[in-house]
Write a protein that binds this ligand. Sequence first.
Ligand SMILES: *[C@@H]1O[C@H](CO)[C@@H](O)[C@H](O)[C@H]1NC(C)=O
Ligand SMILES: *[C@@H]1O[C@H](CO)[C@@H](O)[C@H](O)[C@H]1NC(C)=O
Ligand SMILES: *[C@@H]1O[C@H](CO)[C@@H](O)[C@H](O)[C@H]1NC(C)=O
Length: 501
Amino acid sequence: MVFVPLLVVSVWLLCSCAGSPPNFVLLFADDLGFGDLASYGHPSSLTPNLDRLAAGGLRFTDFYCTSPVCSPSRASLLTGRYQTRSGIYPGVLYPGSIGGLPLNETTIAEVLKPLGYATAVVGKWHLGYGADGMFLPTKQGFDQYLGIPYSHDMGPCWNLTCFPPDVKCFGTCDLGTVTVPLMHNEVIKQQPVNFLDLEKAYSDFAVNFITTSVMKKQPFFLYYPSHHTHYPQYAGSMAAGKSLRGPFGDALLEFDSTVGDLLATLEKTGVINNTLIFFTSDNGPELMRMSRGGNAGPLKCGKGTTYEGGMREPAIAYWPGTIRPGVTHEMASTLDILPTIASLAGAKLPQVMLDGVDMAEILFHQGKSKRETMMFYPIDPSEMYGLFALRLGKYKAHFYTQGATHSATTPDKDCPGFAVLKAHNPPLIFDLESDPSENYHLPVEERPDLQALLERIKKVKEQFEATMVFGESQISKGTNPNLAPCCNPQCSPKPSCCHCQ
Ligand SMILES: *[C@@H]1O[C@H](CO)[C@@H](O)[C@H](O)[C@H]1NC(C)=O
Ligand SMILES: *[C@@H]1O[C@H](CO)[C@@H](O)[C@H](O)[C@H]1NC(C)=O
Ligand SMILES: *[C@@H]1O[C@H](CO)[C@@H](O)[C@H](O)[C@H]1NC(C)=O
């Protein structure tokens, strides 16, 4: 008889969720391809916790990021705008980059702050560091940050031993710059970061953030952009050698274990039924790393290209009791996450040109997407070339195609870097429902019935491009080695003296 009141008391202590605004956990994998998860058909990936999200959540088949590389994709995720507007192009930011995500862009964290949300990011930022850390997450609406400010191969590897004492990284990393730092808010906590203990630090930080927010009865937004499964793949002792897939599988398993810790914490604190968890990845697999480079499943090419393999991603929305488990074929994008979160929280949308739409109909009503188009810009977008491709309904039209070094080594000759830029007029049009691999373009010239489609595609392209104002390129501002994070700023000789433990 004592059990009933005890249970009531403990639930009351943990969460008085009814009517309180939802929490958001945004999980963002790195260079993880469309075919890399068991729930998307990979036969030997071990991801028990992501599998649980997939089985209990809504799995997207037609979900897109906005760029086939890291920084631009992240800019769009956090702002709901194509990277061309915010200026995060061409390519990615480096240690010492002068530019970063402009501070007048509004991130998801900034959308939620006025409503009293606690906000934190743990993991790979890659939207700039800048002079005195002016582009760090704490300047963009996040209360707290723990992580590496860019990619973890952007620092020297020691004779192919990426992770001392002896974890091999199977290739080279960037020489001539500082070793990779671990930031806590705006302070360098460790340089070089201890990679083998990093996942545990991330997990502890995120668990503590959730627990503290619940205790303070504060709704929260946790953004976890993982460095897994980006090159060089590795894992700490908990996951190293434990997957069936070698280093890539180990890296994925390590990320998955943190997903498990987060799920357990959301359950333990009683907020799991009041939390939207959204999982996706920043861009397609880096096929140049061969068996360690991820997998695009049935999709063409991978990272660096505007083929489907470069930008179509696994995506899962999980919210027990609120989102019905299943699969949706509706088109959606990382661009849509900001408007969706804003509407769920009852927050104001930023007064800017947004490219995202609210996904509520898809998530909660098995309904239709408000999104009819998806635009594909290359790594180096320019006003001169404009869009490389466009998806309209089930059709995708390529105005330009080009391979990428990141997608080298596959047998498909369209993928590697030596597949040079080609213009297509009329565009190459594929029906992605009957031909998701973009193998057989439609014979538009021989098919009068397709003329109307072609005209519509041209019109949509023209209308979209008329709205596109390219922001000043942040990445073309270049780098200044003195801006690279250094824990010991007055030391010499740089960069090797930037070393603190
Ligand atoms: C941010 O400021 C720059 C420079 O003044 C301006 O060009 C840009 O349009 C602004 N962006 C937003 C989102 O307001
Ligand atoms: C890397 O290898 C070279 C040549 O074998 C050696 O001279 C150098 O000391 C090594 N560097 C480190 C950091 O181990
Ligand atoms: C979440 O909802 C399910 C189904 O109603 C219930 O069984 C579970 O106890 C709830 N979990 C929490 C932590 O409130």
